[in-house]
Design a protein around this ligand. Structure first.
Ligand SMILES: Nc1ncnc2c1ncn2[C@@H]1O[C@H](COP(=O)(O)OP(=O)(O)O)[C@@H](O)[C@H]1O
Ligand SMILES: [Mg+2]
Length: 686
């Protein structure tokens, strides 16, 4: 290349495989100094600079472009730079072909979501106004009539990127145009289901969201909200499907994180009389709330949320009695967590007050509760055998009770919401998917395995949809993809979900009472060691790895079988079924037990489904719904890791990756792979 760089030349500088928009600061005596737009300075000997290292930047619009498909150079760097230029001017939305990218502003932007804005977007076609989530929602709505099929919006992005906010904005927009359509058909009765659907958010967030280190209002479950729209255009009803609530959080939180919002809201907002009746005080006094060292957050008003959630429950027609039952159950869980044990010939309850209170609030007999927590009861040929538990086992029993109570209560709440918003589905539907993004932590457990499996499935859907469109376009233009293999993640999915795949083996082992996590690992290794997408660690550890589309993840097998079985001991289940309160009894009425003789005899068909097999089924049913729908994709992007507005996009690796990441919508660094055949059009559009 021409190794002369006049000062001020705009170039793309490639560092660690990524393109940085840069300016030549100086070029003298054979040394060139580059300054990136993100503030870093790099110095190179002029003679060492290759064409790969530095490419002249195509003159581009300093304002950035609305649709990145129009960028003359398309790579991770240019995408990121375009987002950055727009973000600086509070333009958080940008199209990239048929996808919309949304960069989290972490602060309200004046006028962005006002009623007038919604009106405006509802009257114009996609592309006529600046990019906006409302434009996507509007197009999605219009497509119901244009295309005569169901529509869906898939929202992806890492925790805290803005998925749940985007979901709510779409719901709000649809609710407004739904009501507009009602005005047109005057006498049409409104059930005000729109209002109910909007009010479901505060309830679901109170019970299913928590403060984490990534997001103060992090959804700890996935959800699919489906709206049924009638021919005339208004929302007739809806349905919410929830996925994989993080149960562990009820009993344990990482440092700096909190339990579910509802617990703090309860303590902050409850009236005096009920507070006394439930023996409640301040969060600092509860083990389930005080372990993580994080009780409050200045961005969260627990008192306000309490009011909000109670009002929402009223709108959703939860009866006063039902609300009370739920709150009492939550109080019962808090006291349960305070039960402590000491060793005295096996575990003994050392804090009787907490035991008495939780027994009372859960409608249980205190002696029976004590027994169930400190000894295991099993029936063998009609005879009861009691085994004393040690302190750790007693703590585990206590925690498993708390988790089961909370999880069942969450399900009950969702069911209740669904019964309120249920409506006719006589025309078409719009589904909105707000689901956890791909996760790869230091240690990954069963939860991450399921989450990443879901993401793998969604990526497959995305690939099929977007790349089949793209390919169509390219083949029409006579262009060929250089390397198309990477697009297909089918083999990795086969490894997970096909016959004798990882899921099948995990399930099989879960049904053997003698199986352990190590026998599982051995089976996995034996079956899949030679699979290209499976990673058997060289040294013997408790891990197996999977090469996902978004990168390799190591999973720790410890605890997988127990979590997958998800049964808690029969004697604990029986205890809850003896609750004086119908509410508690009803929650557990249909839970099948682990060692039920009948279920064992019936063979595999009637076995209680494991967590992963249920999840697989619900995922497949979701995919069937999505596959028969016309999709829209929203990619949420987090500008920095500080949960706040910054004047610029952070330039950590993480963020740089995002530009490339969202070429693949939800995952993979694909910059290099997007190249087309030599001589063909530069770059590709996703
Ligand atoms: N469009 C937006 N405008 C303003 N703030 C936003 C927007 N999207 C997200 N936020 C902020 O970011 C936080 C995290 O967003 P959230 O939707 O909960 O993330 P996710 O669901 O992806 O984990 C929100 O609580 C809000 O403060
Ligand atoms: Mg969320």
């Amino acid at each position: 290349m021409d190794n002369f760089f006049p000062e001020g030349t705009r170039v793309w500088l490639k560092e660690n495989g990524q393109h940085f928009p840069s300016t030549v600061n100086s070029c003298a005596e054979g040394v060139v100094v580059f300054q990136t737009d993100y503030g870093q300075v790099f110095t190179y000997k002029q003679s060492t600079i290759t064409q790969q290292k530095v490419t002249p930047m195509h003159p581009m619009n300093e304002e950035g472009v609305d649709d990145m498909a129009a960028l003359s150079e398309l790579h991770g760097g240019s995408i990121m730079y375009n987002l950055f230029q727009r973000y600086k001017r509070n333009q958080i939305y940008t199209y990239i072909g048929s996808i919309i990218a949304s960069v989290n502003p972490y602060q309200p932007i004046a006028g962005l979501y006002e009623h007038a804005t919604m009106e405006q977007y509802s009257r114009r076609h996609l592309g006529e106004l600046p990019p906006h989530i409302f434009a996507i929602a509007n197009e999605c709505y219009r497509c119901l009539w244009k295309r005569h099929d169901n529509q869906c919006v898939l929202i992806s992005g890492e925790s805290g990127a803005g998925k749940t906010e985007s979901t709510k904005l779409i719901l709000k927009f649809l609710s407004v145009i739904s009501q507009q359509s009602l005005e047109l058909s005057l006498k049409e009765k409104t059930s005000c289901v729109e209002q109910a659907i909007l009010e479901s958010s505060p309830i679901m967030e109170a019970f299913g969201n928590a403060k984490t280190v990534y997001n103060n209002n992090s959804s700890r479950f996935g959800k699919f909200v489906q709206l049924n729209i009638c021919q005339k255009g208004n929302i007739q009803g809806g349905r919410i499907v929830d996925y994989l609530l993080e149960k562990n959080r009820v009993v344990r939180q990482n440092p700096g994180e909190r339990n579910y919002h509802i617990f703090y809201a309860l303590l902050a907002g409850l009236e005096h009389a009920e507070r006394e009746e439930f023996y409640l005080s301040v969060p600092e006094n509860y083990h389930y709330l005080n372990q993580s060292g994080c009780i409050e957050d200045k961005t969260i008003s627990d008192q306000e949320s309490f009011k909000e959630v109670i009002t929402a429950m009223e709108v959703m027609q939860f009866s006063r009695e039902e609300v009370r039952e739920v709150l009492r159950l939550l109080a019962g869980i808090l006291h349960l967590g305070n039960i402590e044990f000491i060793t005295a010939g096996g575990a003994q309850v050392s804090f009787k007050t907490a035991l008495g209170r939780s027994a009372e609030l859960l409608g249980l007999d205190p002696t029976q509760l004590t027994d169930a927590l400190t000894q295991r009861s099993m029936f063998l040929r009609g005879e009861e055998i009691l085994t004393p538990l040690n302190v750790q086992q007693a703590v585990d029993s206590r925690d498993s009770l708390a988790m089961a109570l909370y999880a069942r209560c969450f399900e009950w709440v969702i069911k209740k919401i669904n019964s309120r918003i249920k409506g006719k589905d006589d025309f078409k539907s719009i589904g909105i998917l707000d689901i956890f993004g791909f996760e790869n932590f230091e240690v990954n457990h069963f939860e991450q395995f399921n989450i990443n499996y879901a993401n793998e499935k969604l990526q497959e859907y995305f690939n099929k949809h977007i790349f089949s469109l793209e390919q169509l376009e390219y083949s029409r233009e006579g262009l060929v993809w250089e390397d198309i293999d990477w697009i297909d993640n089918g083999e990795c999915l086969d490894l997970i979900e096909k016959k004798l795949g990882l899921l099948a083996l995990i399930n099989e082992e879960s049904h053997f009472p003698q199986a352990t996590d190590s026998t599982l690992l051995e089976k996995l290794h034996n079956q899949h060691a030679n699979n290209h997408f499976y990673v058997k660690p060289r040294v013997a550890v408790n891990n197996f790895g999977v090469k996902h589309y978004a990168g390799e993840v190591q999973y720790d097998v410890r605890g997988i079988l127990e979590k997958n079985r998800d049964t808690f001991r029969d004697d604990l289940l029986n205890l809850l079924r003896e609750s004086r309160f119908d509410f508690i009894y009803d929650l557990f009425e249909h839970v099948s037990s682990r060692n039920n003789q009948d279920t064992l005899k019936c063979g595999s068909k009637h076995r209680r489904p494991t967590v992963s097999s249920q999840f697989k089924d619900s995922l497949h049913s979701l995919m069937a719904t999505l596959s028969s729908s016309n999709p829209f994709f929203v990619r949420c992007i987090k500008p920095n890791m500080q949960k706040q507005m910054h004047t610029h996009l952070d330039r950590g690796d993480q963020v740089r990756n995002q530009g490339r990441l969202f070429l693949a919508w939800s995952g993979q660094p694909v910059e290099e792979k997007l190249r087309l055949s030599p001589g063909s059009r530069q770059g590709g559009r996703v």
